[in-house]
Write a protein that binds this ligand. Structure first.
Ligand code: ADP
Ligand code: 5GP
Length: 201
């Protein structure tokens, strides 16, 4: 689970991290926000009308959903559950409200907060992206101050100064989490190890 202020570089760093490994799948969210020119429906988001979004929310099709800066965003439930069953690491980009809901529903999930190196750099990335109006940028900057405070409740914090370094760090977090004793089938491992020893003797 990756959160962080808008413009911190979540999409950029996630894309770079996915290039580093082949065990990750990205959960494409649904949103009522208008599509940006470079965005592709079904790849970046599922772009839905407010009515369709609400209907899906009512039918329980989202693992979590929230309102951010005037639009709705939600994580389709079935994609996440199916891919977790297949053994993939499912990466999600959700805001701080969505992360809270996931924490309640999936206590095993790992929460990483992506930080910009400075607030000035955050604003210049948001402006440099040329995807939002001045008004929308101001709303996102106001949200950023609250989001930065909430980062303290996350498991990990990564500063996105250089994309490559941030992606390496995110990948290391995933690797470390995969090696947690509670995530490995430790008794199966032990049997395999003792079995091998037995064969050698
Ligand atoms: P988010 O998904 O968090 O809203 P984006 O990934 O869209 O952020 O990044 C916001 C802007 O900042 C984009 O124009 C992106 O190219 C740029 N960016 C991302 N990471 C860096 C970085 N480490 N250094 C400089 N620019 C960056
Ligand atoms: P953007 O409009 O810049 O793509 O995203 C705005 C915010 O929505 C970001 O903070 C991002 O993390 C969040 N977001 C994206 N997808 C989801 C989602 O499925 N659920 C929730 N709760 N937030 C999301």
């Amino acid at each position: 689970m990756l959160s962080g202020p808008s413009g911190a570089g979540k999409n950029t760093v996630l894309n770079a991290t996915m290039q580093l490994r082949d065990d990750l799948v990205y959960s494409v969210s649904a949103t009522t926000r208008p599509r940006r020119p470079h965005e592709v429906d079904g790849v970046d988001y599922f772009f839905l009308s407010p009515e369709t979004f609400q209907a899906k929310a009512r039918e329980g099709e989202f693992l979590e959903w929230a309102e951010f800066c005037g639009y709705n965003y939600g994580t389709p439930r079935s994609f996440v559950t199916e891919n977790l069953k297949k053994g993939y690491v499912v990466v999600m980009d959700v805001d701080i409200q969505g992360a809270k809901q996931i924490k309640r529903r999936m206590p095993d999930a790992v929460f990483t907060f992506l930080l910009p190196p400075t607030i000035t750099e955050l604003e210049s990335r948001l402006r440099g992206r040329h995807t939002e109006t001045d008004d929308a940028i101001n709303r996102r900057m106001s949200a950023a101050y609250e989001e930065l405070r909430v980062g303290i409740d996350y498991d990990y914090a990564v500063v996105n100064d250089q994309v490559d370094t941030a992606a390496q760090q995110l990948s290391s977090i995933i690797t470390a989490e995969q090696c947690r004793v509670t995530r490995t089938d430790y008794f199966v491992l032990m049997q395999e190890i003792l079995g091998k020893e037995g064969q050698q003797q």
